[in-house]
Design a protein around this ligand. Structure first.
Ligand SMILES: [Zn+2]
Length: 265
């Protein structure tokens, strides 16, 4: 217990300066032991030793239902990397969040606890929780956040503002951004990049810790920012690249060691 706590505190000390201004609230990282840090349930997803089934609970506010294409892609990307022989199911629910329209990481955490149907680890089922609320993050340039081991929020008002339209042509469109941001935050729940492990491939952007240096990876830092349309030229990535996939495969096999796990076997 003590060792576990000290390693979390060490992580906190190491990550705090790196993550300020990024997607995580660094001051809270790792403090809530039950909920963990992003990547804390990576092995529970990547392996099927105990959790053979996965449910993605998608809670959205009226007017903020994610596109079916986004949900299909989310399920596909997770099916590609996680071992869930009993399947991955989407549980879509219209929800009212008790919030005034401005969010921060603590509010996402607290409201997630109030609205989730079950805890993340429950009777052989791994459950990740996605919030699609109205309103924006306190930093308006943030399109999505991963706040603990199982919780993500996507801010579709900010996603709409980030689309880049000239007359009627939008590149990227809000639909494309919604897909990419959803997969990007999911990548953080899988521990990408280097959140709960150290890759044997040099693909973390030193200027943007826990993000890929490859503009063609969905884990590229700009994917979750409002300037996405100006920074990424060409098609918006919505896939993990070869280095991301390699990390996930090696975490699954044990070749790379994962720390800060809420479940390990
Ligand atoms: Zn990110």
């Amino acid at each position: 217990m003590l060792n576990n706590l000290s390693s979390k505190l060490m992580m906190l000390l190491i990550l705090s300066p790196l993550l300020s201004g990024c997607i995580f609230s660094a001051d809270k990282l790792g403090i809530e032991e039950d909920y963990g840090i992003p990547g804390g349930l990576a092995l529970a997803c990547l392996r099927s030793t105990e959790y053979k089934e996965m449910i993605l609970e998608i809670d959205y506010e009226s007017g903020y239902e994610p596109n079916q294409e986004t949900l299909n892609l989310l399920k596909q990307r997770l099916s590609d990397v996680c071992d869930k022989p009993e399947g991955i199911t989407i549980d879509l629910q219209l929800t009212t969040f008790d919030n005034n329209g401005t969010w921060d990481a603590d509010e996402v955490r607290d409201i997630s606890k109030e609205t989730r149907e079950q805890s993340a680890l429950n009777d052989g089922v791994l459950r990740w929780h996605y919030l699609f609320p109205g309103g924006k993050y306190s930093d308006n340039s943030v399109l999505g956040v991963a706040v603990d081991a199982s919780t993500v929020a996507i801010f579709l008002d900010a996603v709409s503002d980030a689309e880049n339209c000239i007359l009627i042509i939008c590149r990227p469109s809000a639909e494309e951004i919604e897909k990419s941001v959803t997969i990007h935050e999911t990548g953080h729940l899988l521990g990408l990049v280097n959140i709960v492990y150290t890759s044997d491939i040099d693909h973390e952007d030193p200027s943007h810790p826990n993000h890929s240096s490859n503009e063609e990876s969905v884990m590229y830092w700009a994917v979750e920012t409002a300037d996405i349309g100006n920074i990424i030229s060409g098609e918006l990535p919505n896939e993990f690249d070869a280095a991301d996939i390699s990390d996930l495969e090696k975490l699954a096999s044990g070749e790379l060691v994962a720390h800060s796990q809420l479940w390990i076997s």
